[in-house]
Design a protein around this ligand. Structure first.
Ligand SMILES: [Zn+2]
Length: 323
């Protein structure tokens, strides 16, 4: 790396939000732009958003001091080719060489990587995983994604598809998942499921004259049943919210036991929107994980929360260029 140059641009491309940031060599996020993604308008609209955001930041930070651009993207990403294929919820996006598209505008090195891998790399280099050589990273949000860190490096797998932890089945006769399999952990504890489960329980539970914390927070509007609200209600002791999150933690623990058995790992770092859940959820995860993992794998089991939160994607993307 050219140490004379001062920063890297990190891009966290999501179907909802495009985030672009200025990141220092030590992983500090100096500045960022966050805009609603125009994912439904096709690849060129999205590429334009990335370009404009970088240009805006280059108005505040000298481009001559930038030594590259790292991009984290969903879908099938080839870091070697710089391509992004079929990112979910992006319209008309088959296969795009995103690295070349951005390189042609800025004449800087551009590296593209899968978004979950970027967040895992960020936790390994600057976050909760810094003290561990090997760990499993989980993104717990709308879906469940993951990244495997072995010897402080991301393990991509021979075809770039490693880390699909959301599709570990906990019941072969279970719920049908989007992927076609049954009982995938994602279809039990992904955001939509948690919101739906909470709504069902709220409707079926007999009402008291005194409103529960959850009822108070959503005030009759079930669309407000986001994980942050469910967490907030659980923190205040709401029984339905507590039950839903505790059950989700327990189920995640079962899936993690299978993954840790296969990979011989002991540490799990959890990121994504639902990682902000109260501490009792982590206790539920650890209890069920420890009850199911092989005896030989039990020592040193840790399940910890992200340190970087929703900046992990940008910081991880930037760190691709820093090596
Ligand atoms: Zn699945």
């Amino acid at each position: 790396m050219n140490t004379k140059k001062a920063f890297v641009v990190g891009v966290d491309l999501g179907a909802t939000t495009v985030k672009v940031g200025i990141v220092t060599k030590s992983g500090g996020l100096l500045d960022q732009i966050s805009i609603d993604a125009r994912a439904k308008y096709g690849p060129s609209a999205v590429i334009q958003q990335i370009v404009f955001s970088i240009q805006e930041l280059f108005g505040r930070y000298k481009p001559s001091e930038c030594f590259g651009i790292g991009i984290g993207a969903p879908g099938i990403v080839s870091t070697v080719e710089g391509t992004v294929q079929h990112p979910p919820n992006f319209a008309n996006w088959t296969k795009v060489n995103l690295a070349n598209e951005i390189k042609s505008k800025f004449n800087l090195p551009v590296i593209v990587e899968n978004d979950a891998n970027c967040a895992a790399i960020a936790e390994a280099t600057h976050g909760a995983g810094i003290e561990f050589k090997n760990f499993l990273f989980i993104i717990w949000g709308t879906g469940i994604g993951g990244g495997v860190i072995i010897d402080r490096k991301i393990f991509r797998g021979p075809h770039g598809g490693a880390g699909e932890v959301g599709h570990v089945s906990i019941d072969y006769n279970g719920r049908l998942c989007n992927c076609g399999n049954y009982g995938c952990i994602e279809s039990y504890i992904g955001q939509r499921y948690l919101s739906q489960r909470t709504k069902d329980l709220l409707i079926s539970t007999p009402k008291n004259s005194v409103k529960t914390k959850l009822e108070e927070l959503i005030d009759g509007d079930f669309s407000k049943l986001e994980p942050s609200i469910i967490s907030q209600a659980a923190e205040a002791g709401d029984p339905i919210a507590t039950g839903v999150l505790e059950e989700a933690g327990e189920l995640l623990g079962y899936a993690l036991a299978s993954i840790l058995n296969v990979l011989d790992l002991r540490v799990v770092v959890i990121g994504g929107g639902i990682s902000a859940a109260p501490a009792f959820v982590y206790e539920a995860i650890i209890t069920s994980l420890r009850s199911r993992v092989l005896k030989s794998h039990k020592d040193g089991i840790r399940v910890i929360r992200t340190k970087l939160g929703n900046t992990a994607g940008i910081i991880g993307a930037a760190s691709l260029v820093m090596k």
